[in-house]
Write a protein that binds this ligand. Structure first.
Ligand code: A3P
Length: 336
């Protein structure tokens, strides 16, 4: 089989320290157009979408983590919306009961805001003091690129990942559904897959993203928990209990007895969230220029949906790449 060259530019790997340096680096930063026509910049050793490059740098430079903060980390389309819904419900269950849950009237992405796709997209240094503690935020940044203050503080990180083939298909649907008129015509799926095999993916390469959080979870079990979307699908209830413990909000025996865990699982299920008015017709506004249809966050949620779009030899090829990239890390994905 022919070797797939992996894109791995050698420059622009360090964190940009000031905005003059940012303006300068924009001229030289390695860039590639992804299949959807949008630019990805190879910054700080990952493929950063150009439209959030500046907000990523603001986040890296200006965010001041608190020990009580909770960071939900993921690469796009690996279950972020689900994780946001569950974590928000676990933490706020004493403040509002299930029938009063803000999730009934608010999209999960408006309840747990993204750093680079939200808070720092609109302001160089947003005022985050007004958020009630524990603050919950999300990010797609790889572990190595997180702001130093997150690594230094005792804050907790929950990472979710997913079979990359399903993730690739999910992102394709999401971007096509949200493609603006300004975008070039998207590449056909086989050409898009070629780029994916070369590591081109927002915040990727995928293997580096997962391995970074995997290693962090092995090094510090108090700080980082590593989840797989497929495991959550198999048994959401025990994962919700585990997350509640990890976050310092364990369920009491009475809550377990009264079925609170199952109520949270049901509230946050794809079927339930997908059919809410706010998620059917709303728009998630990240900034005046970055908006996504609320409904595009909720599609099928099926394990193995890639089989409807990719053939077995494509999957075999990606499997080999993943095995080679993840090597002896101990991390493996059941791709096929
Ligand atoms: P599909 O496109 O395969 O259906 P993200 O939240 O990271 O953007 O990922 C989106 C994927 O998660 C989509 O997958 C979406 O359908 C699925 N998803 C969204 N909410 C979910 C939920 N509550 N439970 C399970 N899957 C969910």
């Amino acid at each position: 089989m022919e070797e797939t060259p992996i894109f791995r530019p050698s420059s622009s790997t360090k964190v940009v320290e000031d905005m003059d340096e940012f303006q300068e680096s924009l001229q030289t930063i390695p860039k590639k157009v992804n299949w959807d026509g949008r630019w990805l910049c190879y910054y700080n050793n990952f493929w950063c979408p150009e439209r959030v490059l500046k907000s990523t740098i603001f986040f890296q430079r200006n965010f001041k983590a608190k020990d009580s903060d909770i960071i939900l980390a993921s690469i796009p389309k690996s279950g972020t919306t689900w994780l946001k819904s569950l974590s928000f419900s676990i933490i706020n269950r004493k403040k509002c009961t299930i029938p009063e849950s803000p999730l009934l009237i608010t999209n999960p992405h408006d309840l747990v805001r993204s750093m680079e796709y939200g808070l720092f997209l609109n302001s160089e240094n947003p005022d985050l003091e007004a958020f009630s503690c524990p603050r919950i935020f999300s990010t797609h940044l790889p572990y190595h690129a997180l702001p130093q203050s997150i690594l230094n503080a005792k804050c907790r990180i929950i990472y979710i990942c997913r079979n990359p083939l399903d993730q690739f298909i999910s992102l394709r649907h999401f971007l096509l559904e949200n493609s603006g008129e300004d975008q070039q015509k998207a590449l056909p799926i086989d050409e898009a897959f070629e780029l994916f095999c070369k590591g081109l993916y927002p915040f990727g390469p995928v293997w580096d993203h997962a391995e970074g959080y995997w290693n962090a979870s092995l090094n510090d079990v108090q700080k980082v928990v590593f989840l797989k979307y497929e495991d959550l699908k198999i048994d959401a209830t025990s994962h919700v209990k585990m997350l509640a413990e990890f976050l310092g909000f364990p369920f009491s025996p009475e809550e377990v007895e009264n079925g609170v865990v199952e109520e949270i699982v049901k509230l946050c299920s794809l079927e339930n969230l997908k059919n809410m008015e706010v998620n059917k017709n709303g728009v998630v506004v990240k900034s005046p220029t970055v908006k996504f249809k609320a409904g595009s966050y909720f599609r099928k949620g099926e394990v193995g949906d890639w089989k409807n779009f990719l053939n077995n030899s494509m999957a075999e090829r990606y499997k080999k790449i993943m095995e080679e990239k993840l090597g002896k890390s101990g991390l493996a994905f059941e791709l096929l």
